[in-house]
Write a protein that binds this ligand. Structure first.
Ligand SMILES: [Zn+2]
Ligand SMILES: [Zn+2]
Length: 367
């Protein structure tokens, strides 16, 4: 009998020596036992990437063949839906740090990821980056450093995204603008006298343009999570998708996986807007000249496919004086960004000091 995807991912990955659960070791293609250091390599999938044909999924979301039931935990505080692998010990929401209640677990269908970008940085490294960042902050309250000490607060999350591929074809009409320069006389006043001078002015010659463009739109990345609480900053949300691996649940072992909360249909609408922007760019290139006016674009997308992919990010959620802050590290390349509190008193005293110094300078110079 053929093994189904759901049976495969339910397989326990345990250590042959000591029976402990094996965790994915970032930067490798191995599972590792954190107790006895036994390693087991993750066999590369022979199936390659699963690009799924879009139309059937838009019409009947979750065609049974590529979805499976997984256990989800819903955070009542911030609304995140996250899947926690059995071997993940701490049940706290990655976004807001609130404890998750096992009783709130429920099973639901999700479209299986077609690819995953495995973590390259381990949790220790991510937490070090966080600590370094905190210690380098100007005007941060002193006890923020204490809040940053617990490494348990930095968690690895596989964030969900949709990617779309399509062939793009478009007919267009517009105008091509070419610059030219004319010499224009003008009058000005020099030493009380009126004189005539000339200057160069730029003009545009417009000519009608029309034609067609075509090409392949590859890997349009659309976020699939609408976390208001913890939006991954654009600076951090840049991954090299060339490193994507065919999906294997082994890569998720030891990490939290978030379920998409933006449905495929909505993701598809966003990808269409992206395709329109691409078409506009290609049309402008095709028209050429120095500047362009685009009157109409009649765009068609064919051979549309999509993938559900998981991308790695570390999130540190920390509370400070009742307010929540998030710090993010890209799990592939270590780019970081975070929100931070300011110390009112540190800034207050600095401003006060500046005012005093200025006051003294003014006093001294007027004596
Ligand atoms: Zn072991
Ligand atoms: Zn939460």
């Amino acid at each position: 009998m053929e093994e189904t995807a759901s049976q495969k991912s339910e397989l326990k990955k345990s250590c042959v020596n000591c029976g402990a659960e094996l965790l994915y070791a970032p930067g490798t293609t191995e599972l590792k036992c954190e107790y006895c250091s036994y390693t087991q390599s993750i066999t590369p999938s022979v199936n390659g990437f699963e690009e799924l044909e879009l139309k059937p999924y838009l019409e009947e979301l979750g065609s049974r063949s590529h979805s499976e039931e997984i256990t989800m935990l819903h955070c009542k505080n911030c609304g995140a839906h996250q899947h926690v692998e059995e071997n993940y010990k701490s049940l706290h929401c990655v976004y807001c740090g609130m404890p998750l209640i096992v009783e709130d677990m429920y099973k639901e269908d999700w479209i299986l990821p077609g690819a995953v970008l495995p973590f390259q940085l381990d949790q220790k490294k991510a937490h070090q980056l966080f600590k370094k960042w905190v210690s380098g902050l100007w005007f941060a309250p002193n006890n923020l450093k204490k809040a940053a000490i617990d490494p348990q607060n930095t968690k690895g999350l596989y964030a969900p995204f949709w990617t779309f591929d399509a062939k793009l074809y478009a007919n267009y009409t517009g105008q091509r603008g070419d610059y030219y320069y004319v010499t224009v006389p003008y009058t000005t006043t020099v030493n009380g006298k009126s004189v005539t001078r000339t200057r160069q002015e730029r003009r545009t010659r417009w000519t009608f343009a029309s034609g067609s463009i075509s090409g392949f739109v590859d890997d349009t990345l659309i976020k699939a999570s609408h976390q208001k609480a913890g939006i991954i900053p654009p600076k951090v949300a840049k991954w090299n998708l060339k490193e994507l691996k065919p999906f294997d649940s082994s890569f998720l072992s030891g990490f939290v996986t978030e379920k998409y909360t933006i449905p495929l249909k909505d993701g598809y609408l966003s990808s269409n807007e992206e395709a329109r922007k691409i078409a506009d760019r290609w049309v402008r290139q095709d028209i050429g000249g120095d500047t362009q006016r685009v009157t109409s674009i009649d765009m068609k997308l064919t051979d549309e496919t999509f993938k559900h992919i998981l991308l790695p990010v570390y999130i540190s959620a920390y509370r400070f004086k009742g307010k929540r802050y998030n710090f993010f590290v890209n799990g592939q390349n270590g780019t970081l960004s975070g929100e931070r509190p300011y110390s009112f008193w540190k800034i207050f005293f600095l401003v006060l000091a500046i005012v005093i110094v200025l006051g003294i300078i003014i006093l001294v110079t007027q004596l």
